[in-house]
Design a protein around this ligand. Sequence first.
Ligand SMILES: Nc1ncnc2c1ncn2[C@@H]1O[C@H](COP(=O)(O)OP(=O)(O)O)[C@@H](O)[C@H]1O
Ligand SMILES: [Mg+2]
Length: 322
Amino acid sequence: MSEDPATGEEVAGDAVFPYFLYKSKGTDMTETPLSVSELTKVFRKSFGISSFKAIDSISFEVRKGEILGFLGPNGAGKTTTIKCILGLLSPTSGKARLWGSRPASLSVRRRLGYVPENPDYEDAFSPVEFLSMFAHMRKLPDDRKMHELLLDRVGLKGWESVRIRSFSKGMRQRLSLALALQPVPDLMIMDEPTGGLDPNARKEFRDIILEERDRGASIFLSSHLLSEVETICDRAVILAKGKKVTEGSLDDLLRVEEHYRIEYIDGWKTPEETRNAISVDAGNLQNTIDALRNEGRRIIGIDQEHRTLEDVFLSATGGGRR
Ligand SMILES: Nc1ncnc2c1ncn2[C@@H]1O[C@H](COP(=O)(O)OP(=O)(O)O)[C@@H](O)[C@H]1O
Ligand SMILES: [Mg+2]
């Protein structure tokens, strides 16, 4: 249940935010929200440091209504890619399009939410003042009541009019989430949005991301936290050393040929000394069991093995990190 701010009445349903108060923006929701093709960024030589290819011919798209994880270790090129997508950096070659358009247009800004990696806001203003400024930039209604509801949604109730000078990193991240949610975005681009948050706050952010996806928004979520992203992404693009190393649905990425782990102990010693394990594929399971038994070993357990996104990442990159 949530409250309709216009009437003060309770509204049935799961909606936590009164989206219906925003007018339809008349946009074509069938278009691909984000497409990136052969994007390359070379940082030019400066101060004696040689030029450096931070991203190398990356292509992918965010499909309507999905959460796409954009994964890779620190330094892989995630932020560089996002800045090229948003027009904050100009790519050396290749292109990125938001609903087929360049990022600077007003029509794009009114459909897009961006959560930067390190929100860096002017200390002298309060959250409601920021929301008001962003509303003017986006040519959206400067609606104080709506902004208070937004701040409540991201956990900043009671802080609406406090200058952000006193805000912690986590509170600044909450503010940046509110600013990203303000246009009721069709696409949210989030660059490590939960870095520096405690586990409870991470869960709150994850829940909001899922609510947005369920509302119909598309989410482009960059993170180096594979295990966290594993729980919410529909698909993932994995990046290493500036190159896309793999891409696919989570189901496909995590599916393994059937593998089994057989635990056994040597029959003539005590279990503590000789607990052993061997990993085999399904085709060799029976032979291996027979062989172990013939050698006098005692099998104490057989389990099917599962893959994590970390395993996928390590095998795709050969375990190498930069
Ligand atoms: N302005 C810049 N000039 C030179 N190198 C840069 C610049 N910005 C980023 N890099 C380099 O590009 C690589 C990718 O960085 P980044 O996109 O921030 O990675 P990620 O967000 O995945 O951690 C890093 O090696 C980084 O040092
Ligand atoms: Mg980054």
